[in-house]
Design a protein around this ligand. Structure first.
Ligand code: HPA
Ligand code: ZN
Length: 332
């Protein structure tokens, strides 16, 4: 029985790099990893916060060098996503993390695109690509990255903003977001994960985002919650990530249910599934159990994932019908 149909809207493709693929690519590319085995690497997956995770996440990317590597990475994700009920995926990638290592942006986009082009036929999954700027790099670096991406913009649906949040407010990237919007791209940004609620407000007012990634710290600001609900602003929440990165102590403490009760357009996503202990349906089942969600709430979350996507209205309608018609096999 296939899990309930869903879209995944917050997935860093580099964060789907599983230890077995990391070691296979290291061998192929002659890269020496500072871990003796896959098990030893997994032992390192205990994080005391976002920066601690990012250090490992960027260091492991050293194994990604060729178009084939990026295509294989995306194929591995898509194969797993299909088993999790994913019908549509909007996928982040971090070009600066690769160009800084001498890998051309065309290699990254070319490799990912090759896999994504095959995804509808091979996995029954449609996709979009979202190019993220690293917010701990300069505004100039983001602008240069956008220039380098211009020949490939037909492959890119949106721009995003990720990496170390605290001290790197959305307003730092006002100019590059204005250029992206002028080029017809959608805009999203990580905000209110480790950073304060004011960063969410900035993402809305300065970057004019179409979606907020994470956004969980909006719950500290009642007026902001009311605004996000009134504007039907989607929030891409990643519950297992939030626990692994110590945003909340336990899943029982996670505000997902309170966010739904406040009328927010919340979706459930996996963020960096190879590192955080689960793909998107694993996230959904984990919160269902921890927060005691009923079937109608799970159906609402699945529906929200399509509503909040960048699909065309007709495509959304077809997916929403499939969500409505889904019969739970006795348990989510
Ligand atoms: N937050 C910020 N940047 C990231 C994340 C995240 O959870 N994952 C990969 N880059
Ligand atoms: Zn993220």
């Amino acid at each position: 029985m296939s899990p309930i149909p869903k879209a995944e809207l917050h997935l860093h493709i580099e964060g789907s790099l599983e230890p077995d693929l990391a070691f296979a690519l290291a061998e192929r590319n002659g890269v020496v990893l500072p871990y003796a085995s896959e098990d030893e690497l997994r032992q390192a997956y205990h994080f005391d916060g976002l920066q601690d995770f990012l250090d490992l996440y960027y260091s492991l990317m050293a194994v990604l060098r060729t178009e084939d590597d990026f295509a294989e990475l995306a194929h591995a994700y898509l194969a797993r996503a299909r088993r999790q009920g994913v019908r549509h995926a909007e996928i982040f990638f971090d070009p600066q993390a690769h160009t800084a290592r001498g890998v051309a942006i065309g290699t990254v986009i070319g490799g990912l695109s090759r896999a994504l082009d095959e995804a509808p036929a091979a996995y029954g999954i449609t996709t979009r690509l979202i190019m993220c700027f690293l917010r701990d790099q300069s505004a100039e670096s983001a602008l240069e990255t956008f220039e380098a991406a211009r020949p490939h913009l037909d492959r890119i649906a949106a721009v995003g903003l990720d990496s170390a949040e605290a001290g790197n407010p959305p307003s730092k990237f006002r100019e590059v977001y204005a250029q992206a919007r002028a080029a017809g791209l959608k805009c999203v940004a990580h905000a209110g994960e480790e950073g304060p609620p004011a960063y969410i407000t900035e993402a809305l007012d300065v970057l004019k985002v179409d979606r907020v990634d994470h956004g969980v710290r909006c719950m500290e600001d009642e007026a902001l919650v009311a605004r996000l609900a009134a504007e039907r602003m989607p929030l891409t929440v990643c519950p297992l990530s939030n626990i692994r990165l110590r945003v909340f102590d336990t899943l029982q403490d996670h505000p997902l249910r309170r966010m739904l009760d406040a009328g927010l357009l919340v979706t459930v996503n996996s963020d960096d599934p190879a590192y955080f202990g689960g793909y998107v349906h694993d996230n959904l089942t984990a919160v269902t159990e921890a927060l005691g969600l009923d079937e109608e709430t799970v159906r609402r979350l699945a529906g929200n994932s399509f509503t909040a996507s960048f699909l065309e209205e007709e495509e959304k309608k077809a997916h929403l019908r499939a969500v409505e018609e889904y019969v739970f096999p006795g348990g989510v």
